[in-house]
Write a protein that binds this ligand. Structure first.
Ligand code: ZN
Length: 136
């Protein structure tokens, strides 16, 4: 997915979580987290270094150590990675343990279908957040 789709979906999920938690912190952190993985394109190997489960755990722990409410960064990172898995290129989710790409070979980035698929996935996640928040 492209940056516009990631931003749109992060804002949608962040607003939903913020409404459910009555705090603006999740919105900011989901947005920040959703933009972190693509930093690996600048410095490291794209879709490897920051698009894996281990980087999500490490970065989430770093933010969590700063404040316990900051774990929403991990939610943003996972949203980014899930959306990338649904694009044409794979994500190396278990890197560096495995160099095997994970994904569904979805639509090309920047297409209308890509944006629609991103929104459908995010709306389903928002629905899940609302369901979970009502039961807590
Ligand atoms: Zn990415």
């Amino acid at each position: 997915m492209n940056r516009r789709d990631h931003t749109l979906c992060a804002l949608l999920l962040g607003v939903t979580i913020s409404i459910c938690t009555l705090s603006v912190v999740p919105l900011v952190l989901v947005y920040v987290g959703s933009n972190l993985p693509d930093l690996d394109a600048v410095i490291f190997k794209h879709r490897k270094t920051l698009h894996n489960v281990f980087s999500v755990i490490i970065i989430t722990c770093v933010f969590y150590s700063a404040s316990h409410g900051f774990w929403f960064v991990g939610v943003g990172m996972l949203l980014h990675i899930v959306l990338d898995m649904c694009s044409k290129s794979n994500v190396f989710f278990f890197y560096p343990l495995s160099n095997k790409g994970v994904g569904v070979r979805g639509p090309r980035n920047g297409t209308l279908w890509s944006t629609m698929l991103s929104l459908i996935i995010t709306v389903l996640l928002c629905w899940l957040v609302v369901l979970v928040s009502k039961n807590i």
